[in-house]
Design a protein around this ligand. Sequence first.
Ligand code: GSH
Length: 265
Amino acid sequence: MQQMLELYQFELSQYSEKVRLILDYKGLEYRKVEVTPGVGQLELLRMSGQRQVPVLKDGETIVADSTEIAFYLERKYPEKPIIPTEPRAKGLCLMMEEWADESIGLKGRKAFVGALNKYQNFRKSILPKETPDIFKTFIGAVPGELLDFLGAGVGFGGDAVKEAQTSLRQDLEALCLILQDSPYLVGDSPTLADFAVAGLSIVLKFPKGSYLNVPEEFQGKGVPGLADSSTYEPFFAWRDRLYSKYRTPLLPTRDAPSPTNINIE
Ligand SMILES: N[C@@H](CCC(=O)N[C@@H](CS)C(=O)NCC(=O)O)C(=O)O
């Protein structure tokens, strides 16, 4: 009997979300394994040779890195393809995926952490009173432990955050323009480019709807100046549509136990 796919992940990880979107689009069932930052990453290192999430386990096969996982899934489960075959479309798709990883992924993380540091309201709005203690530890741990959790560490000073925000504005403007007359970033059907951009942008604004196993207060909240700007609304509306079409809402079987069990030492 074929074993169920297992995704070693952090629920809040952007790169994990990119893979979850692809798995859902391809209609592949999987079990989430929430990795404990620190201790759990040692296990990941033993398993995959590196300590970052996401890591996919498919029977005996272990694949690390969201891009490698996407290519693996495309080879092994070619139904519902996410990489175009026509050369120009394929080139654009691969280029956008790489750009999304480097730009939205890394700069989004900086802007998110910068916003948590700077805006008490943003911090409070995603930190409801009834939040379990362990989660308070996580969000309350700004910046040190949260930075560790997100795999960051350097370059989060005020200027770096400002620079990240400025280039994210250009990224979001570009995306709004591309999507103005087109349902997807490359061609008429969803590709890896769409899933990369959508997944990596969760920290700019958490998706509305019950997709991520985080307190409800997170939904629709994000980096002030980006998440609440009408200029970028077309992008977030596009992403909402993508989610409602292709992302599977939380499942009791797959999504228990809750990631609020994350241990931060
Ligand atoms: N290039 C990797 C990046 C993955 C990554 O940055 N993962 C972060 C979470 S979003 C992580 O595991 N951070 C913990 C660490 O670096 O120790 C990919 O595409 O999967």
